[in-house]
Design a protein around this ligand. Structure first.
Ligand code: G6P
Ligand code: MG
Length: 216
């Protein structure tokens, strides 16, 4: 019955979607492809290479690049993205996150990160919250990305919590689907999107307290 919390990173702990968007938009523009914010929504929770593939397909350029060229394009995007994160600090934590993590610690509830981002450890360090997490799933170890439940099952296992006793926090539809497929309780966090299948949806973590999850 030991509870555990599993968090997505981008859009739950901090809002990096805007930086991903700038970097993808610039890269796409150089390839003659125009993406907008609605298209960017479809990239949330999707790995770097899968995001690139989606952009190339969207621009009808999916057959124009070798794997090595695509890896170089993904690297170029990541270099710009990392530069955009240079000034990231504790001030960039989304509202309510720090308070919730402190409450989890006080109640001895372990926390893990289930993010497709290879930049997660660096981002958590810059935000000053790395020490709150018992484990960060390494996306390199995954066979499938979200909405597959693999990342969430691994995250729960890493903190020795059974999926049925774990609560997952996500801002993307693919993530909610992965959490539910893992057999976990799903909390959707979004002001703008309706996350279908979530057991509970809030606009912000400020609406949540650790206490409310102790007996679900
Ligand atoms: C998260 C974001 C995606 C991003 C992915 C990979 O899931 O929501 O937009 O593409 O991580 O991030 P990375 O930092 O490894 O490029
Ligand atoms: Mg997210």
């Amino acid at each position: 019955m030991k509870k555990g919390f599993v968090f997505d990173l981008d859009g739950v702990i901090t809002d990096t979607a805007k930086f991903h968007y700038i970097a993808w938009k610039d890269l796409a523009k150089n390839l003659g492809i125009t993406i907008d914010e609605a298209f960017n929504e479809t990239l949330k929770g999707i790995s770097r290479m899968d995001s690139l593939d989606k952009i190339l397909t969207y621009g009808n350029r999916e057959n124009d690049f070798t794997l090595a060229e695509k890896e170089a394009l993904a690297q170029t995007k990541n270099d710009e993205y990392v530069k955009l994160l240079a000034d990231l600090s504790a001030e960039d934590l989304l509202p309510g996150v720090h308070d919730f993590l402190v409450q989890a610690k006080e109640n001895n509830i372990p926390c893990a990160i289930a993010s497709a981002s290879k930049n997660a450890p660096m981002i958590l360090e810059k935000l000053g919250v790395l020490d709150f997490f018992g484990h960060i799933v390494d996306p390199e170890t995954l066979k499938k990305g979200k909405p597959d439940p693999e990342i969430f099952v691994k995250a729960a296992e890493s903190i020795n919590v059974e999926p049925k006793d774990a609560i997952g926090f996500e801002d993307a539809q693919a993530g909610i689907e992965g959490i539910k497929a893992a057999g976990m309780y799903a909390v959707g966090i979004s002001e703008t999107e309706t996350l279908s299948g979530a057991d509970l949806q809030v606009a912000s973590m400020t609406e949540l307290s650790v206490e409310q999850f102790m007996h679900i």
